[in-house]
Design a protein around this ligand. Structure first.
Ligand SMILES: Cc1cc2nc3c(=O)[nH]c(=O)nc-3n(C[C@H](O)[C@H](O)[C@H](O)COP(=O)(O)OP(=O)(O)OC[C@H]3O[C@@H](n4cnc5c(N)ncnc54)[C@H](O)[C@@H]3O)c2cc1C
Length: 386
């Protein structure tokens, strides 16, 4: 019999398995997919941003105002410094980008995952793929496996089954049916928004929009975004997507480094025979994408474009479908858990990672939150089991 079963082999589950293995427990990790860490590997495709190097207070502020004790404890014990030390301990040199974002030098996730699995194997952790958890039968965990149904009754269980986006990588949110009274509804987080573009935008599809500021609900994002066929997406939009999901209007400052008066003075320069886009290019150094956005959302133009340029209201048709979101809000509520991440009405069952009801922007906060809660759940489960 195995002491501990970890369900879900993403960063949260693997970190919990590491803690349990290190504590000397026999551990089985079960995952529904044919291989482990699929979303983690996908995250590495565009550069695996594992954490953010910044002072702890600023770091924690990204997880929302009223932080549950368990989440704060997890992030205090396993914050950016610990994530960096952990990655380096696995032989993955990391670098800190100009904005404080931390990446492995190789950018990808695969070398890190390989080294991590080797470490887990050293602790005797057994990994079972194509094992889908189907809830409990009495006290026993029930798995559908390639060799039929398997029941397991470990001393402790860690649920780390992820959120409810990118279902093809494993996190399909189906597990919520096994915890019917403990789960807050899933919502998209860090997602793009649908825009029904006019034909005029077609030449600009795929264009990155840089050097602008997106503003919603009192938040400002200086990140880049993309004009895509389906709407607007990318880090700059994700940063304000929570406020937008909660109903805040999005406006774009197309010239954020210039005060209003400077924009106004530039616009008053004689235009001569220039087209508007040439004039904006000359006096404001606008890119074609910036002019296209102004045209798309600003028409019919008022006589003075200054206010529009400083706060262009964006009309959209709501968030893209949840399955496309980088992460999800909702999941197991903290009031259903002890401060040790154990489900109150299921002694010995702990939860970790994106399946918990917290959200954070992209920028390394998600993986750090998963590693931190995985570490806390693993350590607490080990203490419970011994
Ligand atoms: C495109 C993309 C890029 C990203 N880039 C970054 C980034 O750079 N930095 C960052 O911080 N975050 C990033 N993220 C987010 C990050 O990858 C996730 O937040 C993180 O992987 C969540 O970890 P987790 O362990 O909680 O869940 P997951 O990684 O989703 O793992 C959950 C596991 O549980 C398994 N599972 C689910 N249900 C069952 C079941 N019933 N039985 C058995 N197994 C089950 C799944 O197969 C899966 O393997 C990115 C996400 C995406 C989609």
């Amino acid at each position: 019999m195995t002491d501990a079963v970890v369900i879900g082999a993403g960063p949260a589950g693997l970190m919990a398995a590491e803690m349990l293995g290190k504590a000397g427990l026999s551990v089985t990790v079960a995952d529904a997919m044919p291989s482990v860490g699929r979303k983690f590997l996908m995250a590495g495709k565009s550069g695996l941003n594992i954490t953010k190097a910044e002072p702890q207070a600023a770091f924690l502020a990204n997880y929302g105002g009223d932080m549950p004790v368990a989440l704060k404890t997890a992030l205090d014990q396993f914050g950016p410094d610990q994530v960096i030390a952990w990655a380096e301990g696995l032989g993955q040199h990391v670098f800190i980008g100009s904005t404080g974002r931390v990446f492995p030098s190789v950018m990808k996730a695969s070398p890190l995952l390989r080294a991590w699995l080797a470490r887990l194997s050293g602790f005797g952790v057994r990994i079972e793929t194509r094992w889908r958890w189907h809830g409990w039968q009495g006290d026993a965990l029930v798995f559908e496996t390639p060799s039929g149904l398997q029941n397991m009754t470990p001393k402790v269980t860690i649920l780390a089954t992820g959120g409810a986006s990118w279902a093809r990588l494993g996190a399909d949110g189906q597990w919520a049916a096994h915890l019917p009274n403990d789960v807050a509804q899933f919502e998209p987080a860090n997602m793009g928004f649908i825009v029904n573009w006019s034909d005029h935008i077609k030449p600009h599809l795929g264009a990155p929009v840089k050097s602008v500021a997106l503003m919603a609900g009192g938040q400002t994002s200086r990140g880049e975004f993309i004009i895509s066929e389906r709407g607007i997406e990318g880090g700059g939009v994700y940063m304000v997507s929570r406020a937008m999901r909660l109903g805040a209007k999005l406006t774009i400052d197309l010239k954020p480094d210039w005060p209003l008066e400077k924009v106004s003075a530039a616009l008053r320069k004689p235009r001569g025979k220039s087209t508007l886009s040439n004039h904006l290019r000359k006096v404001l150094k606008f890119t074609p994408a910036q002019t296209a956005l102004l045209s798309e959302f600003g028409r019919p133009f008022p006589d003075d474009l200054t206010s529009l340029i400083k706060a262009l209201p964006v009309t959209h048709q709501g968030p893209r479908p949840i399955d496309e979101a980088i992460s999800t809000a909702g999941g197991v509520r903290f009031d259903a858990l002890t401060d040790n991440l154990m489900i109150t009405h299921k002694p010995g069952v702990f939860c970790a990672g994106e399946m918990l009801d917290w959200e954070a922007p992209t920028g390394g906060y998600l993986i750090t939150g998963c590693l931190a809660t995985g570490a806390l759940a693993g350590m607490q489960a080990a203490a419970f089991a011994t």
